[in-house]
Design a protein around this ligand. Structure first.
Ligand code: PLP
Length: 387
């Protein structure tokens, strides 16, 4: 036996496979099942059968969970029907009535809605903290602060967070640390190895990778595994065999796709930086980014998603640029093989985000980088003409 593989490329290729149980098929096939039959009464009553009921797992979902647990270095992984479902599951598995949670001001907007509407109805209070607070989070912790929720880089604004410092301060006061790690994926950042207790991923984005599946997961360390498992069971959460199969298939090529997304992302980001109409590019992989040092210290790569702050420009000129693009679709997602552009509608309550002009979000897909830049060049010509 050789050493257990550690590199994400090797893990993503081998983790979670059950070929021997499936006539040699390399990837675990789709199982669609509700009822699972038991051979005899003793097996049925022993509760020891590997599979008992569709909602509690099939070989397809177990393969995916096992692969993710290996990539994340997790004690357990629970699948949710979407990334937002995974965020809700993670928060509900640690919080109870009367608790307080601290959420980064840069969180994905639906995360805020879940906290401000649903958690609030159940007597859980949320306050928002500036994303770059670092160890300063300690001063915001109350006696009833049960969880600190992180997301780095932040949705739309891309601030890096000092995750180890936040985790140390939160743990010192007995709170759990949750992180939405959808941007980096476990290929570029392993939250549990940096002090996070529950690592959350919208599988919908890079793991699915083909814009055709909705799924999420929460990966837990040893101290949080049982609570996660029971909350997942009590909520009746379930992921279909077809969706798990697509996620598993996407996972196999995740590191390879990410390498290209990163390469093209950097090329596009540098092109944007050179345009006179651009005030700033929000991308921690750029040396000029305020979060670059933290990114370099903790992350091993960057995905293809970044923000561009334009100098003030009319809405008509922005529309002329965006509407005529051939290779950039306009849609509220990212992580698929295709390039995208959307306006970024930033929502803040703890600390305003000062932007010189409109902010757009770019997803660098797997198209040829030269073709993408030519498309953007033509777009900026339209923007100049319309201004
Ligand atoms: C898209 C997204 C989610 C939610 O994932 P869904 O599968 O769409 O529910 C969560 N966090 C981040 C950062 C996202 O971009």
């Amino acid at each position: 036996m050789t050493e257990k593989p550690e590199k994400p490329e090797t893990l993503a290729t081998h983790a979670g496979r059950m070929s021997r149980e499936h006539f040699g098929a390399v990837n675990t096939p789709v199982y669609r099942a509700s009822t699972i039959l038991c051979p005899d009464l003793q097996t049925l009553e022993s509760n020891k059968a590997p599979y008992t009921y569709g909602r509690r797992g099939t070989p397809t979902s177990r393969s995916l969970e096992a692969a993710i647990s290996e990539l994340e270095g997790a004690a357990r992984t629970a699948l949710a029907p979407s990334g937002l479902g995974a965020i809700a599951l993670a928060l509900l598995s640690v919080c109870s009535a009367g608790d307080h949670v601290l959420v980064t001001d840069s969180a994905y907007l639906p995360t805020r809605h879940f906290c401000d509407r649903l958690l609030r109805r159940f007597g859980i209070e949320t306050s928002y903290y500036p994303p770059t607070i670092g160890a300063g989070i300690g001063a915001l912790m109350k006696a009833n602060t049960r969880a600190v929720f992180c997301e780095a880089p932040g949705s739309l604004t891309f601030e890096m967070q000092d995750i180890p410092a936040i985790a140390a301060a939160a743990h010192a006061k007995g709170a759990s640390v949750l992180m939405d790690n959808t941007w980096a994926t476990p290929v570029f950042f392993r939250p549990l190895a940096h002090g996070v207790d529950l690592s959350i991923q919208a599988v919908t984005k890079y793991i699915g990778g083909h814009s055709d599946v909705m799924l999420g997961y929460v990966a837990a360390n040893g101290g949080h595994a049982d609570r996660l498992h029971h909350t997942h069971g009590d909520m009746g959460l379930y992921a279909s065999g077809d969706d798990c199969f697509l996620a598993l298939r996407g996972l196999r090529t995740l590191p390879t796709r990410l390498a290209r997304h990163q390469e093209t992302g950097l090329k596009l980001a540098r092109w944007f930086q050179a345009q006179p109409e651009v005030a700033r590019v929000l991308y921690p992989a750029l040396e000029s980014d305020p979060g670059h040092a933290l990114w370099k210290r903790d992350f091993t790569g960057a995905c293809g998603l970044f923000g561009v702050v334009l100098k003030p420009v009319s809405h008509g000129a922005l529309a002329a640029m965006m509407d005529g693009l051939d290779h950039f679709g306009m849609g509220w997602s990212w992580g698929g093989f295709e390039s995208l552009v959307v306006p970024a509608h930033i929502h803040r309550t703890a600390e305003p985000f000062a932007a010189e002009g409109p902010v757009i979000r770019i997803h660098a897909g797997l198209e040829d980088a030269g073709d993408l830049i030519a498309d953007l060049e033509a777009g900026f010509q339209r923007l100049r003409t319309a201004s």
